[in-house]
Design a protein around this ligand. Structure first.
Ligand code: BGP
Length: 476
C-alpha cells in the first residue's frame, strides 16, 4: 500500500472564510472582516490605500456571513464524516478568543464554540488539525499596534496560543502556528496586519514582522511540548515549485534566489531553528537592514523548532529576468511568466501535478521532517444542473492527478502524513472575497453577495473522494 495505514485524509478550511457570525458571542473584528469582496479586494491587499476603515452601515462583506458554519457546523461535519474524513483542518478565529487581541482574559463563548467543533469531530473519529492563526488577526492589533512589525504582538499571540493549547491539548494532537507565513511579501495586510508602502512594499517591516512571528511560533511550540510532548506542531508555508524560464545560468541563479526567498526562508528558520546562510544576501537584495533581535531570541528559535511542515500547493511558477518579451499569466500571488506546458485555472493558477512530486521531494530532501499537504485544490465556477446535480469532473481530474503525484513522492521515499484539500466545503475565497471561486466537495447555495438558501448539496466529487479515502488512495 502506498499511503500509510493512518494517513490523514481530510479537508481544510479557515474560520474567517466560512464561519460568518462575525459579531456574534463577543467576537471582535479581524483584518479579514475589513476586506470587501470583489476585484477591489486584491487591489486593497497589495496597496497602501487601505486604511482598515470598515463601514458597517453601508456594506456587509462576504466574510461577515460566510457560509454560516458557526451555526451549521454539525451538519457540515456530518457530511465530512460521511466522506470518511480522518481529519479536519480548521482555524481558530483569534477574535473569538481575544476580540481586540490585547485583552488578558479570553472570551469563554469563543472557547466553547471551538470545543463544540472539536467534540463534533471526535464523535466521528475525525482528528482535528488546528491552524492557530489563519489570515484573521484582530483588527485592533493592526490599527493600534501596526501589526506584526510591533514586538508587542509576540506577547498577544503567545497569550492566545497558550489559551487554546491549554484548553484543547488533550483533544487535539495536530497544530500549525501560522497559515502561509511566507505570503507576507505579497499580502502583508492579511498576513501580518500591515499596510505596504508604495513601491517598496516595506520589506524591512515584513522581515522584522517575520522575526516576531518566528519567535511567537517558537513560544507556542515550547509551550505545547511542555504541556504534552506528543503534540505535533508544524509550520505552514505556501510552496510553489519554480522553474527557470530557460537554461540561461543567469535565469537559473535568479530562480535559485527566488526559491530561497519564497519557498525556503521561513521554513529554514522554523524547521532548522536558525537564519539560513543566504540571509545576508537576501537582505541586501531587498534593501533590508539588520533586524532587531532581542536577547534569547536566537536560542529560542534553535530550541523550539516545528515537528512537521504543513504546506499549500496549488500551482507552479516560472522565473525570468533576461527575456524582455514573455507571455504572462494572471495568478493572484504567484502569477508571472506563462508556462507553455501547463494549463491554467480560470484565475490563471497554472496547474502542475508533477510539480507537487517535485515539491515533496525537495522539501523532504532539504528538511527530513514529515510533510503534510494541508491545502491543494481547484478553484472553479460550478454549474448546478436542472436536476440539482453538480458534475465537477474538472475538480476530480485535478485532485486525482495531484494524489497520483503524492503517491509517486511516497514511492520516492518521502514521509507524507496526510492530505487536506482546500475548501472541502465551498467558502469565501481569500483573494477575491467571493463565493463563486469554489473548491468544495460540498456545494453551498450562496452567491457572491452571500445571497441564497445556504443549503448544502453533494457534488460528484463528494462520492469520488469518499471512495479515495475508503481505498486509502488506491482507487482513484
Ligand atoms: C491559500 C489560503 C487559503 C485559501 C486558498 C485558496 O492561499 O491559505 O485561505 O483561500 O489559498 O485561495 P483563494 O481563496 O484565493 O482561491
Amino acid at each position: 500500500m502506498t499511503f500509510k495505514k493512518d494517513f490523514l485524509w481530510g479537508g481544510a478550511t479557515a474560520a474567517n472564510q466560512l464561519e460568518g457570525a462575525f459579531d456574534v458571542d463577543g467576537k471582535g473584528l479581524s483584518v479579514a472582516d475589513a476586506m470587501p469582496g470583489g476585484k477591489i479586494r486584491w487591489q486593497l491587499l497589495s496597496s497602501d490605500e487601505f486604511d482598515w476603515t470598515i463601514d458597517e452601515e453601508k456594506y456587509v462583506y462576504p466574510n461577515h456571513k460566510g457560509i454560516d458554519h458557526y451555526h451549521r457546523f454539525k451538519e457540515d461535519i456530518a457530511l465530512f464524516a460521511e466522506m470518511g474524513f480522518k481529519c479536519y483542518r480548521f482555524s481558530i478565529a483569534w477574535t473569538r478568543i481575544f476580540p481586540k487581541g490585547d485583552e488578558i482574559a479570553p472570551n469563554e463563548a469563543g472557547l466553547k464554540f471551538y470545543e463544540a467543533v472539536i467534540d463534533e469531530c471526535l464523535k466521528y473519529n475525525i482528528e482535528p488539525v488546528i491552524t492557530i492563526s489563519h489570515y484573521e488577526m484582530p483588527l485592533n492589533l493592526a490599527k493600534t499596534y501596526g501589526g506584526w512589525k510591533n514586538r508587542e504582538l509576540v506577547g498577544f499571540y503567545e497569550n492566545f496560543a497558550k489559551v487554546v493549547l491549554e484548553r484543547f491539548h488533550s483533544k487535539v494532537k495536530y497544530w500549525m502556528t501560522f497559515n502561509e507565513i511566507n505570503s507576507s511579501l505579497e499580502m502583508p495586510a492579511l498576513s501580518q496586519g500591515m499596510i505596504p508602502k508604495t513601491g517598496s512594499k516595506d520589506q524591512q517591516n515584513v522581515f522584522q514582522a517575520w522575526h516576531h512571528q518566528f519567535v511567537a511560533s517558537s513560544l507556542a511550540v515550547k509551550f505545547g511540548h511542555e504541556l504534552n510532548p506528543d503534540l505535533q506542531i508544524g509550520c505552514m508555508v505556501i510552496y510553489a515549485t519554480t522553474y527557470s524560464f530557460d537554461a540561461n545560468p543567469i535565469n537559473q541563479a535568479h530562480t535559485m534566489e527566488h526559491i530561497q526567498a519564497f519557498n525556503y526562508f521561513c521554513a529554514d528558520v522554523q524547521v532548522r531553528g536558525e537564519y539560513p546562510a543566504y540571509t545576508a544576501r537576501l537582505f541586501e537584495r531587498n534593501g533590508v537592514k539588520p533586524l532587531e533581535i532581542a536577547d534569547g531570541d536566537l536560542e529560542l528559535l534553535k530550541n523550539h523548532t516545528v515537528d512537521y511542515i504543513g504546506f499549500s500547493y496549488y500551482m507552479s511558477g516560472v522565473e525570468n529576468i533576461t527575456a524582455e518579451e514573455v507571455e504572462t499569466v494572471q495568478g493572484n500571488m504567484l502569477g508571472g511568466v506563462k508556462n507553455p506546458f501547463l494549463e491554467a485555472s480560470d484565475w490563471g493558477w497554472q496547474i502542475d501535478p508533477i510539480g507537487l512530486r517535485i515539491a515533496l521531494n525537495d522539501l523532504y530532501g532539504r528538511y527530513q521532517v514529515p510533510l503534510f499537504v494541508v491545502e491543494n485544490g481547484l478553484g472553479a465556477y460550478d454549474k448546478v444542473e436542472s436536476d440539482g446535480s453538480i458534475v465537477d469532473d474538472y475538480r476530480i481530474d485535478y485532485l486525482k492527478k495531484h494524489i497520483t503525484a503524492m503517491a509517486d513522492a511516497v514511492c520516492d521515499g518521502v514521509d507524507l502524513m496526510g492530505y487536506t484539500p482546500w475548501g472541502c466545503i465551498d467558502l469565501v475565497s481569500a483573494s477575491t472575497g467571493e463565493m463563486s471561486k469554489r473548491y468544495g466537495f460540498i456545494y453551498v447555495d450562496l452567491d457572491d453577495h452571500i445571497e441564497g438558501t445556504g443549503d448544502r448539496s453533494k457534488k460528484k466529487s463528494f462520492d469520488w473522494y469518499k471512495q479515495v479515502i475508503a481505498s486509502n488512495g488506491g482507487d482513484l
